[in-house]
Ligand binder design. Sequence first.
Ligand code: BGC
Length: 642
Amino acid sequence: MKGIKSFRPDRAARIRERAGDLLARMTLAQKIGQMTQPERLHIAPAQVREYHIGSVLSGGGSCPGRNRPADWVAMNDAYWAASMEEDAGHLAIPVLYGVDAIHGNANVLGATIFPHNIGLGAAGDPELVERIGRATAREVLAAGVDWTFAPTLAVARDPRWGRSYESYSEDPGLVAAYAGRIARGLQGAGNGDDPRRPGPGSESAHSGPNGAGLPQLGPDGVVACAKHWVGDGGTSAGVDQGDTRASEEELRRLHIAPYMPALEAGVLTVMVSLSSWNGEKCHAHRYLIRDLLKGELGFAGFVISDWNGADPLADDYGEAVAMAVNAGIDMFMVPERWREFISALTSQVEGGAVPMARIDDAARRILGVKFACGLFDRPRPALRRGAGGRRFGCREHRALAREAVRKSLVLLKNENGTLPLDRDARILVTGRNAHDRGRQCGGFTVEWQGVSGNDRIPGGASIWEGVRAVAPRAALCDKGGAAAAAGDFDAAVVVIGERPYAEGMGDIRAPGPVRPGASHPPAGPGALQPYGQTLELATLHPGDLAAIRGLASRGIPVVAVLISGRPLVIDAELAESAAFVAAWLPGSEGAGVADLLFGDRDFHGRLPMAWPNAMWPLPNGDAAGSGGAGILFPRGYGLRLG
Ligand code: BGC
């Protein structure tokens, strides 16, 4: 294979040489600057230059100007220009900007918003996921951004975890089947200079240290970040940032296995998990990061901390920083206190607690990724391919998202052939989530915790708008449908379920602060509380059952459509409904729901997680294919119309 084998060593050598040359000219301050990632609200372009900052991020919901692609490009232009000034005291090293484009570039107004990962898991379609990666990368590039903190490769083992929706499945095999495809989709086809993947027996994408074997981005690619290393979905009782108690064999089988195809595909960065493994914080875990990920698995990109991830490691901040750097973390997400990080790390190096060789390794890895992804060769963001965005929120991407919605819906019940509905029927559409594009998108959309209502999700369609477009006699009553008279309607579509949430605020557990010293600024006094104490929908949102009952008792067949980031206990709602659809968090293209309700396409999705029938016992994640204690529907369940 001429392309890969003969070219790669040259390319790797070139990257090594360029990174080595730069490194040799860098001061300690410049190297530590590269290792520092502040949040945009806390750093001005002039400071990027002054402190030699390597990367800036947007936390969820942190957006420039009016939050349109042009505002993002202008912001990135200013950071880039500052980073590229060159004089006696400053080296031109382009800044790398990172965002959470975890279901489309969903922070930005007007983006195409794809179903959250759990819905994509239900679709069971790796090729679809790769196409979504490509479309997402184009919408990220449209904002002048080069790096997304995606994919999440968590294997969610407990639906009480507030981040369950970020996981494709409780099944590591399914997550693994997606991992390489999504990484390749986001980063583009470039691999060496040859778009083909290395075949069996050829050198792996991460075959060597110091940039050797780092893949090249495709022209429409962005840097991807596999997260959160590792075991984030396996914490006891599904507590976010909790403790994953597992033997090493189990950790490898359940949580590490999905990383292998992503590493093979050349994912350039990995983010460490805020959780612990058997009581030891991942951010201080030298074995997991240095020995296993970088050593045994040969990961040659760079490792980034999660938000303030070093803070809880020790009472003394300097000591905490030293622990994390020595464990192998290369770049630090230090949103607000980045100056403190810089001075703490500087003292730790000067005092000998962090060896200079570790700093050089970190800086070399960061520079290696910047060279490998072509950042040094790209012009300023405004002049880059795709900037400003003809493709942003375009029709083609929205059609893809709609296809993903169609493939992700899971039909759980269909009594007496209630579905498909007749488009000429008189259909009442109701329920809290019926006409709410914000809620159907869920967390990590425009705001960190997501939004409710339609105003901040321009484009796309609510589920009601999707129904209205094809069923002329349908009517919306979003007040719960109590006023409907039996004779007025042939059927009702009742859209029920959760409101948006993200991270620990989505946990189901005893009340109490989610995270003392929480990462993102709390959005209000209640923001640090978990979602609830039970998975029972009838307790969480009693109005949903009341709405279904009210209609069913009048003899109107109810089609329940559940918006949720995970399986919930729905026995009561299911019993009263004639048909029941798990729609997950479908994103901006609610019309995909109507495509199935009216039978234009058949249902396709299968449960990516077993569905519980009670809070106790919860399925343990291994109960695929068969029933078992606590299971209402096993993983893989899903009805068809035809
Ligand atoms: C999350 C990460 C995310 C980061 C940046 C953290 O709180 O755990 O998944 O990438 O914030 O927004």
